[in-house]
Design a protein around this ligand. Sequence first.
Ligand code: AMP
Length: 289
Amino acid sequence: MQRMSRRADFPTIVQSGTEIRQQVRLFQQRGDRVGMVPTMGSLHDGHLSLVDAARAECDVVMTSVFVNPTQFAPHEDYQRYPRDLERDVELLAERGCDYVFAPSVDEMYPSGYETSIDVGSVAKPFEGEQRPTHFAGVATVVLKLLNLVPADAVYFGQKDYQQTLVVERMIADLNVPIDVVVCPTVREADGLAMSSRNAYLSDADRHRATALYASLQQTKQLVTQGERRTAELRRAMRQHLSQTGIEIDYIAMVAAGTVDEVDTVDGPTVALIAAQVGQTRLIDNIQIG
Ligand code: AMP
């Protein structure tokens, strides 16, 4: 079977769901493995690392760029979320992405649209508590994107830990025939997890924000030094952040692969943090233990 070679030219931009689905089917009929990277655009090296992973494992790489209104609450930043499709396409061209699926809001949510996916318990704590409608929006748009781009593998970032669990739950529960690949968090040189929302940070807040990763690193170090009690680890994180002006939404230690909080670090554990840095809400996590 002839494989599609890496394309040096720009990706093909497709706005129609019917058209992109036909393309996927054509590639699959000739035996190609299709990889899909869902994004909201404003791409950075975190997103592009997912494209690289897909490029390494698949014959055809498709990236969706869609700022999904249903995962934002009315008071959140949907309107001002950064958008720059032209620049995104240039970056995707450099990484050898073959297709960009960039649907309009009307294409995704035509008038009369009503269905929404409730993923269940994994979507309830942490981000789900702070943003009660967020994960229904995420799960629904991911399933819609995977129905329009019925790829063989889909790529997500560890940066959004709970999101990966929500998507994995939805894919398993609804029998979506696709492999899920979770890729490591890409960070700035000073450790701040890359995020499209970092663009909102003032210089002072950008400097402050480095404390998030530093506090996670400190937690990991404390575990290495023998501290296993998560109450103590959470206290140390709060203390670390207390002088920074960062407002903590939550700090949690969960058994890896779950949202179940643990009292002691006895096995693979993930430390999660969400915080308000100035006007900007940031999340991060690392594996400890
Ligand atoms: P977003 O555009 O924020 O919806 O993110 C699209 C995908 O990129 C999601 O799977 C994110 O988890 C992933 N992603 C965002 N930031 C990073 C990062 N710093 N490192 C790795 N993946 C990331």
